[in-house]
Design a protein around this ligand. Structure first.
Ligand code: ZN
Length: 120
């Protein structure tokens, strides 16, 4: 079964939109495929309106262990060089390239630290 959140990720729509338009709390793969391939008018409209805009969801993936989750991007998130789970050691992440200095931004997604390597 697919949760509403997973369905929203797959359809690339906000969870609130899925809920408002009657996407059930759980659905089957076949039900989701049917909606995706033959979108109801609200979904077709949403897709038509979204051309060229920022993605609704981004996939966050840890550079160390490969843990991955979909998240709604936040305006304050920096352009990161790497993402790592908060519980990995500093030395598990690849070192910054020559001449770049590193800053870390906590609180991205449910468990990520954003690592930003930029010219000092
Ligand atoms: Zn990790």
């Amino acid at each position: 079964m697919i949760t509403r959140r997973q369905a929203a990720v797959r359809l690339d729509i906000p969870v609130e939109m899925a809920q408002r338009n009657g996407i059930p709390a759980r659905m089957t793969e076949a039900e989701l495929a049917a909606i995706d391939q033959n979108p109801p008018s609200w979904l077709a409209q949403s897709r038509a309106n979204r051309t060229g805009k920022k993605p609704v969801w981004v996939q966050l993936t840890c550079v160390v262990c490969g843990y991955s989750e979909a998240a709604r991007p936040k305006k304050w998130w920096p352009e990161v060089t790497y993402l790592s789970c908060f519980d990995h050691g500093y030395d598990e992440v690849p070192p910054p390239a020559e001449g770049l200095s590193r800053t870390e931004v906590d609180g991205i997604g449910t468990r990520f630290v954003g690592i930003v390597d930029a010219p000092a």
